[in-house]
Design a binder for this molecule. Structure first.
Ligand code: GLC
Length: 661
């Protein structure tokens, strides 16, 4: 059952598309017999008692475990590339939790600004959700299981985006590919080494001076022709689009946006200016439907050239600094220099505290993504100006919605690839997400795994992480192990930052191992894409925590390094260095299947319980549930080349599987 409560004057985020009408909160306890306390004394606070064994699922793209208990999280879309354990905010804002124990209750706080979740952080037995203004909708969902609650939630937020089949192929990306030759070199590297590949991503350097919807004509002399040439090689080029529009006279998109008044404004009506990759930029006001349609329409410049996929970035929106920020920093540096020279220069440095540039340093640390900047600009919604910080978490959603709505119009029959860095629930109807700037760390393989089911609960099914790690240098073994998880994530993309070690799979020795591991992805695409489509259609999760399938098995409920995938599979990837296998818990008898480097399959029935399974770097393991089977085909060099004639069924004898396409 879903109940909807209205507090104050909520902003209509459009996260939810169906469900009951709102009832005014009158001070009565909500949630039936679930003890939920609401206080409106100081903004909004909602507290919920947790019993010792309750699990708290949810929060989509958030740090830490599948069970969110024991920490605090703040929904405040943030461009922060250091996903260390203490971080409370990442790029998305997914305010949905499920408390699951004797009873199962889902809570969705439809509030587009900063909102915090203390989940047993202050008191182990209490979940407290707070925000500054009591203007929101609270959805309370009760169900017979966590899985049932998640399904009901998915029904009210609308069907998830469906990615094209080719987007289940493998993609290579790197911030630093500059020219057509660079990209051709990557394609050649993959094709010559017979490592499957369907997509090459184009990061900011394809543009002319980082201007959205432009292509540098020197580096790509005939881009349309180049796109076709790549298509002939079965490669889809996927360009990045950033949120900020460069301020430059003569740049048509800037001039049009100015003329039509489609950029975010300051209170005095002037356009807000922020520094991002192109230098000074304006943000398109994607919350204003007219401006959104205008910005979305620009994607056609690239689709007309044959492009059929995009990734939207920097849409928290990231602000490197504002005019105020840089002025304050300059002032602090000037003050420091003056104080230093007033104090007699270097000779008296040690005796003069005022010469220490603490202030400049403090400003420098806060200059990026500064909260004050988010209070300096406005969106136009229904003819009213609304300050950005009050709807901050909706920017990425609406930028991607701009693209999604436009692509629907441009090519209604065609599925396009679209995913975003920043998001809010609701965006899942328009595109997927990638989890941003992770690091080449072993712990980030596990973080990747844990985020997947949480994202699925919130509707984001097409999702994945930068395989191999974005920041810092990867290692061969890390990349291979991460790819063996990526084999199962809908988005399977190797991406890395400029300045890091080259991370394309053919850069490492014993290339056959990469050929094999990525080949396994292609062997499984008919199954994976079919399970993905079923999950969309049935409002189910593609990845689930084990507790969703085995709620009465405490050991399963507490397992955080294995996932259920679709209706047939359990995965348990290896995520530690220098090991020859791992311990795995089987809640029931299953068939352990390993894709061996010679193309054969190792199949072994394992009983319910704990097992140590050996998994070499070049093997891909999975487990098939009792009395089920999955289709497996031969590996192919790209998705189009998959030959369904080679299909065979692996798993339990006599089991039947129906492929949905
Ligand atoms: C951001 C993105 C990253 C991209 C970089 C340059 O950091 O998260 O994926 O490579 O910007 O565009």
């Amino acid at each position: 059952m879903v109940q909807k409560y209205a507090f104050g004057s909520p902003f209509e985020t459009e996260a939810v598309t169906a469900g009951p009408a709102a009832v005014e909160y009158t001070g009565q306890a909500v949630c039936g017999d679930i003890p939920v306390d609401i206080s409106l004394e100081n903004g909004f606070a909602c507290s919920c008692q947790l019993s010792d064994t309750d699990i708290v699922y949810g929060l989509g793209e958030a740090n830490r475990g599948i069970n969110k208990r024991g920490y605090r999280y703040v929904s405040n879309c943030t461009d922060d590339p250091h996903h260390t354990e203490e971080k409370v905010s990442l790029y998305g804002a997914h305010n949905f939790v499920i408390i699951s124990g004797k009873k199962h209750v889902g809570l969705f706080f439809d509030y587009p600004s900063n909102i915090s979740f203390d989940i047993g952080y202050t008191r182990q037995d209490l979940l407290t959700v707070c925000c500054e203004r009591a203007d929101l909708y609270l959805y309370v969902i009760t169900g017979e299981s966590a899985r049932d609650v998640a399904r009901q939630f998915r029904r009210i937020i609308g069907k998830s985006y469906i990615a094209p089949r080719y987007a289940f192929g493998f993609g290579q990306s790197r911030w630093g590919y500059r020219t057509a030759e660079d990209i051709e070199g990557v394609v050649k590297g993959y094709r010559e080494n017979e490592i499957p590949l369907d997509m090459v991503y184009m990061d900011i350097d394809y543009m002319q001076d980082y201007k959205d919807f432009t292509v540098n004509p020197e580096r790509f002399p005939d881009f349309g022709e180049f796109v076709q040439k790549m298509k002939a090689e079965k490669i889809h080029l996927i360009p990045i689009i950033d949120a900020g529009v460069k301020i430059e006279q003569g740049y048509d998109i800037y001039e049009e946006g100015m003329e039509k008044g489609y950029f975010c404004k300051r209170e005095d009506g002037s356009d807000f200016v922020a520094a991002v990759w192109p230098g000074w930029t304006h943000f398109p006001d994607v919350l204003n439907p007219e401006a959104r349609a205008w910005f979305g329409g620009k994607y056609q410049i690239l689709t007309d050239l044959g492009i059929d996929g995009f990734w939207n970035d920097m849409n928290e929106p990231a602000v490197f600094y504002s005019e105020e920020g840089i002025r304050a920093l300059n002032q602090a540096i000037d003050d420091h220099v003056k104080a230093f020279s007033d104090a007699g220069g270097a000779k008296d440095l040690l005796n003069n505290a005022s010469a220490v540039p603490y202030e400049a340093r403090a400003i420098l640390e806060k200059i990026q993504n500064n909260e004050e900047d988010y209070r300096r600009f406005y969106h136009k919604v229904d003819g009213k100006m609304i300050r950005h910080d009050l709807v901050h978490n909706l920017f990425g959603f609406n930028m991607t919605r701009a693209a999604g709505e436009a692509l629907q119009k441009i090519a209604p029959e065609k599925k396009m690839l679209l995913f975003s860095r920043s998001s809010y629930i609701g965006m899942h109807r328009y595109g997927g997400i990638w989890t941003g700037d992770n690091q080449s760390w072993w712990s980030h393989i596990l973080l990747n795994l844990k985020m997947m089911p949480s994202l699925n609960m919130c509707g984001f099914l097409y999702a994945g992480a930068d395989l191999g790690g974005f920041g810092s240098d990867t290692t061969r073994d890390l990349l291979l192990r991460w790819l063996a998880l990526g084999v199962f994530t809908p988005l399977m993309r190797n991406h890395t930052a400029i300045g890091t070690r080259e991370q394309e799979c053919y850069r490492f020795g014993q290339i056959e191992d990469f050929r094999h591991v990525i080949g396994v992805r292609y062997r499984l695409i008919p199954y994976l894409y079919s399970e993905y489509l079923k999950a969309v259609e049935n409002d189910e999760m593609y990845f689930r925590p084990l507790g969703f399938d085995y709620p009465d098995d405490r050991r399963a409920v507490e397992t955080e390094d294995q996932l259920m995938l679709g209706d047939e599979v359990m995965i348990a990837p290896v995520y530690t260095q220098n090991v020859s296998g791992r311990t795995v818990y089987l809640p029931e008898e299953m068939k352990f299947v390993k894709f061996m480097p010679d193309g054969s399959l190792h199949e072994e029935i394992l009983s319910q319980g704990t097992h140590y399974v050996e998994v070499a770097l070049n093997e891909v393991p999975l487990f098939i549930r009792k009395d089920r089977c999955i289709p497996v085909v031969d590996a192919a060099q790209n998705v189009d080349a998959i030959d369904m004639g080679t299909v065979r069924y692996v798993g339990y004898d006599g089991a039947v599987y129906e492929i949905v396409e």
